[in-house]
Design a protein around this ligand. Structure first.
Ligand code: COA
Length: 702
């Protein structure tokens, strides 16, 4: 049994700060609890006693003789701690702290004091700075929002109070039933992950909608979300899509990983469906809370207009709905109900002359056909299109088949059509004037189903030599650095088993020549200095050196130019490296994200990486399949599987490199960021080369 049971099913609720003044929040909450028909006992608490909304008031919580599972606290911030102490004495289980004026305005100390006292005394805290909680299980509306809430099977968790309160009203207008709505506010104790854990095993909740602004314990959230979405659809609206750089991290990987891009990839990895707009999210909720499982993987479009059918096909592509494609089967199923000049190819085009009866007939076929997983039924107003007849058919078919196969409808036209849509929507029929809205609902359902059916990943230990890597880190720390020099970073790669170009560091010309001969011409040379970050700007790089003389000249020129460019630089030597053959340049990275813990990155690399922004992220761990899936996410993926007769590239070795950098970040807590750019990828079987590798250390000392 979850420890939040009595938050959702309290036997008794005290309202500390219940007010006699109907204009105050403390009155409103008591009134809402009463109006909502709460099935437990309510205890308004106010030192002045008397009656509030007709209920006897206790002057103190100590006066309540029955169980109080929840205390809603709605008194000014400076009095809250005292109230919490009195709740502890009374053995209250959950505190719902409405009061503002804590960490959201910088008063974190008081908030921490309250939470720590509450936890020490066996109480959990929801809030502070919230509008409260609604739970249909006991008809508890302990909020100061609207009174009229339709009970149902959608649960909403919201970080924003204003949006949450508005959503209560909006769900009523949209006829969406709620099993709960919970405001998390400052999330001082109970957060989204706690609530998800409870709601996922909550029978009355069929799907969960979350509005979030920021993630606190992202690593836990990833685990909880991945579990939750196996059982129920979770839709998220997260604001801050455009707030690029808000979480700019120290490394290049960080600068690419505006927090929202990371969030977007990771919640997708967890099987969460992200909505752009509140209205879209609510449409999905309404549909997902009511729709049966698809009867199969692909949909059939039935339409009276070619254009709208094409739009629907486009929308299917956008939202990941595949279309049933067996032309012979389609012909044999729909041939009898489509005129000769129509089409049985999917979209099934009944043509502009289609009547209500034609729709009735073809819908019946689609809904009975075991090959058809779901149906998209479209109508365009034409001379013979009778909106009333059509809506009658829709109503009949939807009622008859709603427990059998998902169906969405879209009709487009004038006043009669719009009126028909309005009437049907009131009865929760998924009908829309815009075909994209209809298809997006189906897309959300398929997206959830795909994730729920996918096998739970298993992880194998990735072999890296953490001891050798630790040695390199200590060496850098000893030298007072928070980053590794290029050759040290290469050694880390070798210790992890990622191929790097052969290289050695030379401190004088004869050694440089010897190294070059050992590696084999042509070679590249790079200055080694902690004081020179931008090597090429300082003239610290020479490429394609073919013989001894060129190495001698390059050595002199590098030292001369670097000294002129950064006069006080301490130069440790010059790195002589194998010239790397050209291949596909990718970028592979890993870092410890502030929200999500260890994350890995993969994308198209090279010098245009920031312009192309063709990168993707995953919370780590992932397994080999996850790494391959990640690679398939980027737009440039076709380059890796070979275009225009090119051979397939060594994607398996890239997948290993992704897993290895993730493992380094996980196992070596001193390393905060790794970026390999480029990781040059060769043809299948020929491996990769980590050319430039940047490794940053955490700023705390070892
Ligand atoms: N125990 C019980 N009742 C107490 C009390 C105590 N220790 N201390 C005061 N009260 C009573 C008061 O006498 C008053 O009752 P009355 O109106 O009958 O006299 C009632 O509790 C409320 O106290 P009051 O001091 O009038 O506070 P308030 O109603 O002006 O404001 C809050 C209290 C919590 C609403 C306010 O501090 C606040 O935080 N507002 C913002 C809430 C918010 O927006 N939350 C986020 C939403 S998303």
């Amino acid at each position: 049994m979850s420890d939040l049971k009595y938050l959702f099913e309290p036997r008794g609720v005290a309202v500390i700060g219940a007010s006699h003044n109907p204009g105050k929040i403390g009155y409103r909450i008591v009134d809402n609890i009463l109006a909502g028909g709460y099935r437990g006992k309510i205890y308004p608490i106010n030192p002045r006693g008397g009656k509030i909304a007709g209920v006897d008031v206790c002057t103190s919580i100590h006066g309540v003789i029955h169980d109080v599972d929840v205390a809603v606290i709605t008194i000014p911030a400076k009095h809250v701690f005292d109230a919490v102490m009195s709740c502890a004495k009374r053995k209250v289980k959950h505190l719902v702290i409405i009061t503002s004026g804590f960490s959201e305005i910088g008063n974190s100390a008081e908030e921490k004091k309250i939470v720590s006292f509450a936890r020490d005394n066996g109480m959990r805290v929801l809030g502070p700075n919230i509008f409260g909680i609604y739970s249909s299980q006991v008809s508890l509306n302990a909020t100061f929002g609207p009174q009229d809430i339709k009970p149902g099977n959608v649960s909403i968790i919201t970080q924003s109070g204003a949006i949450g309160i508005a959503m209560i009203g909006k769900t009523r207008v949209e006829n969406i039933g709620l099993s709960s709505i919970i405001s998390v506010g400052n999330k001082s104790d109970i957060d989204e992950a706690d609530l998800l854990e409870y709601l996922v095993s909550h029978d009355d909740t069929r799907m969960i909608l979350m509005y979030i602004e920021g993630v606190r314990d992202g690593e836990r959230m990833v685990n909880v979300l991945s579990e939750a979405t196996k059982k129920k659809p979770v839709v998220v609206i997260k604001s801050g899509r455009s707030a690029r750089g808000a979480m700019a991290a120290a490394s290049h990987t960080g600068s690419l990983a505006g927090a929202d891009e990371v969030f977007d990839c990771i919640i997708k990895q967890c099987g969460v469906i992200r909505a752009e707009r509140i209205q879209e999210a609510l449409e999905w909720c309404k549909f997902l809370a009511d729709a049966p499982k698809p009867g199969g993987d692909s949909a059939v479009i039935i339409t009276n207009g070619g254009g709208v059918g094409v739009l629907a096909a486009d929308a299917c592509d956008k939202y990941g709905v595949s279309l049933y494609d067996d032309q012979d089967a389609l012909k044999s199923s729909f041939g009898g109900s489509v005129p000769d000049f129509g089409s049985t190819k999917n979209p099934v085009d009944l043509t502009g002359g289609a009547t209500g009866d034609d729709y009735d007939k073809s819908l019946s076929i689609a809904l009975k056909d075991k090959h058809v997983g779901s149906v998209i039924c479209l109508g365009c107003e034409t001379a013979v299109f009778n909106a009333e007849k059509f809506t009658g058919v829709v109503k009949k078919k939807y009622r008859a088949y709603r427990s059998n196969k998902p169906v969405v409808f879209s009709i487009f036209g004038g006043e009669l059509v719009e009126n028909g849509i309005g009437k049907l929507r009131k009865e929760n029929v998924p009908i829309f004037s815009d075909v994209y809205d209809a298809v997006s609902c189906l897309g959300a359902l398929y997206s959830h189903e795909r994730h729920a059916r996918s096998a739970k990943p298993t992880y194998e230990k990735v072999q890296i030599d953490a001891k050798a890597i630790g040695g390199m880190v200590r060496q850098a720390r000893k030298a007072g650095r928070h980053f590794l020099l290029a050759h040290e970073a290469h050694e880390v790669m070798s210790a992890a088993g990622i191929a790097v170009p052969a290289s050695r560091v030379a401190r004088d010309i004869p050694t440089a020549v010897k190294c070059a001969e050992g590696i084999g011409y042509p070679v590249a040379m790079k200055v080694v200095s902690k004081d020179i970050i931008h090597k090429s700007d300082a003239g610290g790089i020479a490429l394609d050196l073919d013989n001894e003389q060129e190495v001698v000249d390059a050595h002199e020129s590098i030292l001369h130019s670097c000294k002129a460019h950064v006069p006080n630089a301490y130069i440790e030597g010059v790195e002589i490296a194998e010239m790397v053959k050209p291949g596909i340049e990718t970028i592979v990275g890993a870092r410890r994200d502030r929200s999500f813990g260890p994350i890995v990155m993969f994308g198209l690399g090279g010098i245009y990486v920031e312009v192309m922004k063709d990168v993707t992220f995953r919370a780590f761990p992932i397994n080999r399949a996850g790494a391959l899936d990640m690679m398939g996410d980027i737009r440039s993926y076709p380059l890796l599987i070979g275009v225009r007769g090119e051979k397939k590239k060594d994607i398996d070795t890239v997948a290993h490199a992704i897993l290895k950098v993730g493992a380094i970040i996980r196992e070596c807590p001193d390393i905060s960021d790794i970026e390999i750019n480029p990781l040059v990828v060769y043809d299948e079987g020929e491996g990769v080369k980590a050319v430039d590798v940047r490794i940053l250390l955490t700023t705390r000392s070892a």
